[in-house]
Ligand binder design. Sequence first.
Ligand code: PMP
Length: 433
Amino acid sequence: MLDLSTVRPASAAAFERAKAVIPGGVNSPARAFGGVGGSPLFISRADGPFLYDLDGNRYLDFIGSWGPMILGHCHPKVVDATIAALKNGSSYGAPCELETQLAELVIEAIPSVEMVRFVSSGTEATMSAIRLARGFTGRDRIVKFAGCYHGHVDSLLVSAGSSALTLGVPNSPGVPAGCTQDTSVLRYNDVAALAELFAAQGDRIAGVILEPVVGNMGLVPPTAEFRAELRRLTRQHGALLIYDEVMTGFRLGYGGAQALLGDAPDLTCFGKIIGGGYPVGAYGGRADVMRKVMPAGPVFQAGTLSGNPVAMAAGIATLTELKTNPPYARLEAQSARIGVGLLEAAKHARVPVQFNRVGSMWTLFFTDTPVTDLDTAKTSDVKRFGRFFWEMMDRGVYLPCSQFEAAFTCGAMTDEHIEQTIAAAGESLKALK
Ligand code: PMP
């Protein structure tokens, strides 16, 4: 671990100052570097594939604000669209056409989404989607999977991934037992457990929510059998299948994970990319279900800043760029190259690893066990990951600060940046000895 006070004194001082007034010095726990034993960098600006810290260091950014910045930072078309919108006022509390325009883009991109409602975060999207599933079906039970993270919704904060996992608080104090009593937690990719639960309680299940490709226990793909059973059982029992594509939406392809996999969930949650770096979430899906949302229907959900014009403009500019100049083939090739490079480097350094990847989302797990669910993810040597993280940081590569998070390749990276990353990983893995 690097001692920031000597190596990055400005970040260290900023963190001390922040800690006095903000719990833990951060406004979201994943940023606190708790998973790698150290204190966070404070960022002064970002541009293209780079982050710059307060001490003037530059890093290749594989976090990309935890997913949204697929085009890189400060993409000129997004910046221009946002500034233009800002000059027309920052919030109206009344409908504007930008909301319809972004809704039309989403619906055109994702065939299973016939109507969509915008909110201001991924958490709001999942919270609203499960309320709708319950309101639509008249049932209470929600099924989730260990290691999937769906934001900090009370009823979904059980066996959650991301920072809830990194920091070892799978069940947060402050969540009453009553809030989670209608949540069933199963193992990801476990078809037998799914079948058993539906056989026992199928008529009580309102919906099943999952990350169709998991980013929040590190990258874990679903098996084809698991996905097929999810669709079959939910349909058979009248439960809604909810894909949480907050991370994967517009990331694994313009149609998200569902287009890549060929799936059609009943409801889908979005966030991150859909707002082009601004606070936007959304949930959408079957029109007959969405028409239950107020004021079209009885299920209440609202938001003062929902459909905010500046955020909508950033989202429209981002999706339009992704649609007209798709970066996906290049992201796929570059991320595949990272996989080959990292595995070669690890072999050379004799460090046992697993490289999991789908499209531009990937994780290098420090374990010799194939990672298919939370239990196998947890076989990783997190101390070794932490040392690798700091070695990479020292070489100007900013990876997710936890073993249980996915890295994101972004469209502003060149092949040269990818080779630099692989070279840095080679040196870093050797330094672990
Ligand atoms: N769902 C998934 C799959 C996520 O990855 C996240 C955030 N990382 C959320 C929901 C919550 O989104 P937000 O942080 O915007 O509330």
